[in-house]
Design a protein around this ligand. Sequence first.
Ligand code: MG
Length: 170
Amino acid sequence: MLDAKVSELLNQQVNKEFFSAYLYLDISNYYEEVGLDGFANWFKIQAQEERDHAMLFYQYMHNNSVKVTLEAIEKPGLSFHDNMEPLKETLSHEQYVTSLIHNIYAAAFEVKDFRTMQFLDWFIKEQGEEETNANDLIDKMNLFGADPKSLYMLNSELGTRTYAAPSLTL
Ligand code: MG
């Protein structure tokens, strides 16, 4: 059995990852509406990845005989006024998720739960990549966002992203 606090934090993370999926679907929704279909594609795939993350936490809990409690998913509720705002929101959200993962890791470390620490290793690396990706998008938007031709090309590039299942399997 997992420690009560570790279990509670893992359970909360299921919800947080589903919220991330919901947030990125809403960002996809914004870009779809303004006609940037490549950006919309990129964030729709990002939403699929977040749903995968939620399912990994869900499965890890079940593999360790802990029942998952599914709570209500928060409403994204943001309105964006330009094409940069969703990217900045993405970066700050990923920094927040990194802090959550680190928090679970610290709780597992405290009770010498080496199995959970090992499970979380993948997410710690993943969060580094997510923050890098968000930073890259902000940089590219800063460089190219104001020029329609360059924005068209950036949009085309993001349109080529395809879904890949997570490399972590349980
Ligand atoms: Mg995630």
